[in-house]
Design a protein around this ligand. Sequence first.
Ligand SMILES: [Zn+2]
Length: 448
Amino acid sequence: MANTDQKLVGNGWVVTLGEDNRVIEKGGVLIEGTTVKEIGATEDLKARYPEARFIDAKGRTILPGFICAHHHLYSTFACGISCKPSENFVQILENLWWKLDRALTLEDVELSALIPIARAIRAGTTTLLDHHASPSAILGSLGGIGDVVKKTGIRASLCYEITDRNGEQGADEGLKESREWLKRVKRDKSGRLHGLVGLHAAMTVGEKTLARSIELAKEFDTGLHVHVAEDKADEDDSVQKYGKRVVERLHAAGGLGPKSMAIHCIHVDDREIDLLRETNTIVVHNPQSNMNNAVGAARILDMIGRGIRVGLGTDGMTSDMREEVRAALWLRHHEHKDSRVGFVEAALALLKTNAEIASAFFGKPLGRIAVGAPADLIVSDHIPFTPLTPDNVLGHVIFGVAAEPINTTIVDGKILMHDKKLKTLDWEEVSERAAKLSPETWKRFAAL
Ligand SMILES: [Zn+2]
């Protein structure tokens, strides 16, 4: 009889990533409970753990689950929506996002989370760092998303985007919901939940709300998750109202540091880059969103060269990190007009830096297959048809794994998808529920 607590994912090309960076042909990963117990040759592991449930990778690639460092689950119902064309970034916020988020109910928030989380599991994304907004349904929103995270089995860091754009009550409720979430994370024993203090952006957060948010982050020993200089308008607003550039203002308020994430950083200047480096603040790059919004290209090669940790997110565009890493690479080539630059930086932003960020946040080694680490791993349909060695893993991820579907997704030793079938949620049922709900959401959107 099979030992239900042990699983052997074997007969594949094991790519461990992490410091070991091993590649094992006909390799296997022995999982016990939530953790990786052994990595080695499949035949050897099979002989020594005959009772383990065998998951046959059939020559495919076994690798760590992907991590998304910045997502907006709430953006789901924007798919196919009709809105006024926007000439610039501020209009994009006003015509689309600040109307859509206002139209959301708590039930919309739940469905808006279920769909992209299902897509994450299907794309092999096992951990995501989300930034949520639903001004008409703030209280209970993170709790609801947290329930979806627990139920679906994924690993997630959540935050509510605190802002003054919805008046004093909106800011108060944002702070309250953030506090409730941070308290729940503290109580939670699963190890799959994390919390940050979210802020929309400097341009919609006044001094009092900024100070209260930073205080809250300090109280719970966590950091900020804030959009920074996504558009020049954010910098102009900061200089005009406060006489400081965005990063200088956040720094003066005590909001930077190794636990804080500055998202985008497209229009920051050299002094701001120095401040981000001096404070060891994390920067997250979102190339598909930046190109879609036509807001410019972040100087990520400069930042990485100066020692800043630059991770990779999707900004709600997708749950699929394989798309995003390719976009990051093409953008570097396009931006620098040089096909030699950016390959290693783009790939490592996803495979190394995101792993470091998530490992620090969740307090456990993520983004690698290692003995003693959580068993967050995936099986890609990519069957290496060219030599695969530790030296060319990045090329196989970008041109092989990224071009094939994911077959199996496992988080904390639990199978969330196998043979492309979701195990913890019903895709058709969830899609049908969303299809019933979204027309009402769109009506409210159109009336705003
Ligand atoms: Zn964002």
